[in-house]
Design a protein around this ligand. Structure first.
Ligand code: ATP
Ligand code: PAF
Ligand code: BAL
Length: 288
């Protein structure tokens, strides 16, 4: 007979909160890892970092419709719940919160979060309603679970800055922790959307990270930011991508920067290959 799973699954906010109440009563700290499922080693890194910070780890698995535009890949987004539960359990997760759309957005739902600051430009120029959907669902998840800590990947760097600002601005009593990007051996950032890539596109995809790294090194050695960024844009296009943006931004506010005097720099890219849109980012090291 199959061994029963140690990981619990909650489908409703009421079940989630009842379990959390028991853990709280025992004085246990709680970490939350929000995901859209199709779990990979990047998600596992978030869960491992969560385990190090709390006695109890909850992963949320919800393909949030409000962060997809009607033209985007909501219907074909990979959904692999059974495999996800096996991976989450192996990573030491105590509970998976797997709500359906009606649980998160009941009839009459009409409240959203409006953003400026780090949400401006970059992704928003190409996905204008995306961060409103992300911020609304993340705020709901944080309020539903009221964790001590919530972990987000640096792979979605603008999202991480938006969520940090959201928690601060709405006085949500949670520490938002960013976890470094997990990469394939050739540098491609792990992403649930990498399954869309054909073998030829997969081979090309490594050029995103290579171009960002080359630009970061050049700036770190004293090169002009704009020249380094222009070269990286040209390299990404030459590799066969259609570029949405490749920008140098202040690492926290995501405001435009001219050089290192403007503060720590992050390079961010989004580009399309075939029907797949990939994002990536790196920090510009400061040479001491
Ligand atoms: N390679 C990675 N390294 C570290 N964290 C990651 C990585 N990929 C995703 N994450 C983080 O996992 C969390 C859930 O992300 P999500 O479920 O959207 O996965 P994803 O691989 O980013 O999928 P997508 O292809 O939709 O962007 C987010 O905080 C995201 O930043
Ligand atoms: C944070 C998130 C789970 C909200 O739906 C999603 O944007 C993601 O997976 O990065
Ligand atoms: N990881 C970000 C989720 C999205 O692209 O919708």
């Amino acid at each position: 007979m199959a061994k029963p799973r140690a990981i619990r699954t909650a489908h409703t906010v009421a079940t989630l909160r009842a379990q959390i109440q028991q853990w709280r009563a025992a004085g246990e700290k709680i970490a939350l890892v929000p995901t859209m499922g199709a779990l990979h080693a990047g998600h596992v890194a978030l869960m491992t970092a969560a385990r190090e910070r709390a006695e109890r780890v909850i992963v949320t698995i919800f393909v949030n419709p409000t962060q997809f535009a009607p033209t985007e890949d909501l219907s074909r987004y990979p959904r692999t719940l059974e495999a996800d539960l096996v991976k989450a359990e192996a990573a030491g997760v105590d509970m998976a919160f797997v709500p359906d759309v009606a649980e998160m957005y009941p009839d009459g739902f009409c409240t959203t979060i409006t953003l400026t600051g780090p949400a401006l430009e970059l992704e928003t120029a190409f996905r204008p309603t995306h961060f409103t959907g992300v911020a609304t669902v993340v705020a709901k998840l944080l309020i539903q679970a009221l964790p001590d800590v919530a972990l987000f990947g640096e792979k979605d760097y603008q999202q991480l800055q938006v969520v940090k600002r959201l928690a601060r601005d709405l006085d949500l009593p949670v520490q938002i922790v960013g976890v470094p990007t997990v990469r394939e051996p050739d540098g491609l950032a792990l992403s649930s959307r990498n399954v869309y890539l054909s073998p030829a596109e997969r081979a090309t995809a490594t050029s995103l990270h290579r171009a960002l790294n080359a630009a970061a090194e050049r700036i770190a050695r004293g090169g002009q930011v704009e020249t380094a960024v222009e070269e990286a844009r040209a390299a990404v296009c030459a590799a066969g991508f259609q570029l949405d943006y490749l920008e140098a931004r202040h690492a926290e506010t995501l405001a435009p920067v001219d050089g290192p005097d403007d503060g720590p720099i992050r390079l961010l890219v989004a580009a399309r290959i075939g029907a797949t849109r990939l994002i990536d980012n790196v920090s510009v090291p400061t040479l001491t």
